[in-house]
Design a protein around this ligand. Structure first.
Ligand code: NAD
Ligand code: VAH
Length: 317
């Protein structure tokens, strides 16, 4: 039985149905600190900073594997570093400890390009490199990566991780990250044909579309253990672009779309991250690949968001 923590967020909202489709509808318990909505099935309220609740959930539901998504992302983490420390560091430690004590089979922990910092090379960053982040999010995610590696080497707990770039998706709107603009821009483009971007126009960042992010996570989960040489995290990305380049792609499809730039503190965070990362270890060792290039992502996002907002495609061109 799989437990997903932080399942009400941007990734969990799509990962849970994806896992249920792949491994069976009764094979996943979803959990988050949020109260249940009433429409969720197989959901429990679970605070990862509460060790006893984690233990009880593992025992009660016969958990064998954990996808640990609960976390406080970069932008929210800079507003409340104490919360980010407690959830990201103590929460991850609790998950690893509970997994060790209950001899679980696998723990999957997504990491992030937020582990990099200004001293990391700017382009085509390899998996093993300088990790000196300047956000509380990055500091806690580096520690989580190192803890994962430690639990593997010391206790043979099968911990696996990949470093996601910014994830683009249309189901749950992200609210806590620095890369959120690359989702938000579509809602404004479709609804108002006007967007104010909080990053500088030339701030290039690595990104990926949600269907590729979900497949990457389960490919890593299913990979033979002896193929996984990096226990702290594999770099993965599909493409990298600047806000101005993304604006250009959307403007080709939405007539009259306008953008202006008012960089805020999130641009300062993004400035410390690389422009592109090298996925070759993930490609070589467990077959990472992606189907969505930027054009296909933009087409799919506009289709789904127009449908979600009830805006006819005819109104856009
Ligand atoms: P999100 O902010 O959308 O969701 C995080 C979820 O964690 C929220 O539903 C929140 O309620 C929950 N949560 C917060 N505190 C909790 C606690 N104490 N106990 C249990 N749940 C708690 O984040 P996301 O985008 O879904 O990210 C999931 C994971 O993927 C995180 O570890 C993040 O570092 C990683 N990641 C995400 C991205 C991205 O672009 N979305 C990129 C890189 C890495
Ligand atoms: C953030 N989307 O902006 C997340 C992520 C790629 C960065 O970890 O904080």
């Amino acid at each position: 039985m799989i437990l997903v923590t932080g399942s009400s967020g941007q990734i969990g909202t799509e990962l849970v149905p994806y896992l249920r489709e792949k491994y069976g509808k009764d094979s996943v318990i979803s959990s988050d600190i949020m109260e249940p909505t009433g429409t969720q099935t197989g959901y429990i309220r679970l605070d990862v900073t509460d060790r006893d609740s984690l233990d009880r959930a593992i025992e009660k539901y016969g958990i064998t594997d954990i996808f640990h998504l609960a976390g406080i992302l970069s932008a929210k983490g800079e507003k409340d570093p104490d919360l980010a420390y407690r959830v990201n560091l103590n929460g991850t430690y609790n998950v690893l400890e509970a997994a060790r004590r209950h001899s679980l089979d696998k723990v999957i922990i997504p990491s992030t390009i937020g582990v990099f910092g200004p001293e990391t090379p700017k382009r085509n960053v390899p998996s093993i490199t300088v990790l000196r982040p300047r956000t509380m999010y990055g500091v806690t995610k580096v520690a989580a990566e190192l803890l994962g590696q430690y639990y593997y080497e010391k206790f043979r707990l099968d911990v696996r991780s990949l470093r996601y770039p910014g994830i683009i998706s249309y189901m749950a709107e992200p609210t806590a990250g620095t890369t959120d603009y690359a989702v938000e821009i579509f809602y404004y483009a479709v609804r108002m044909k006007k967007y104010t971007c909080y990053l500088q126009k030339n701030r290039r960042l690595p990104m990926m579309y949600m269907p590729d992010a979900l497949r990457a996570l389960t490919d890593l989960y299913e990979a033979d253990s002896n193929k996984i040489s990096l226990r702290n995290g594999y770099n993965v990305q599909a493409y990298s672009f600047t806000p101005e380049e993304l604006y250009g792609k959307i403007a080709e499809r939405i007539n009259g779309f306008q953008i202006e730039y008012k960089p805020d503190y999130r641009d300062g965070i993004a400035a410390t991250w690389p422009e592109s990362i090298d996925s070759s270890d993930a490609i070589k060792e467990w077959g990472f690949r992606y189907d969505y290039d930027l054009d296909r992502t933009v087409d799919d996002m506009i289709d789904h968001i127009s449908e979600k907002l009830g805006v006819s495609r005819k109104h856009l061109v």
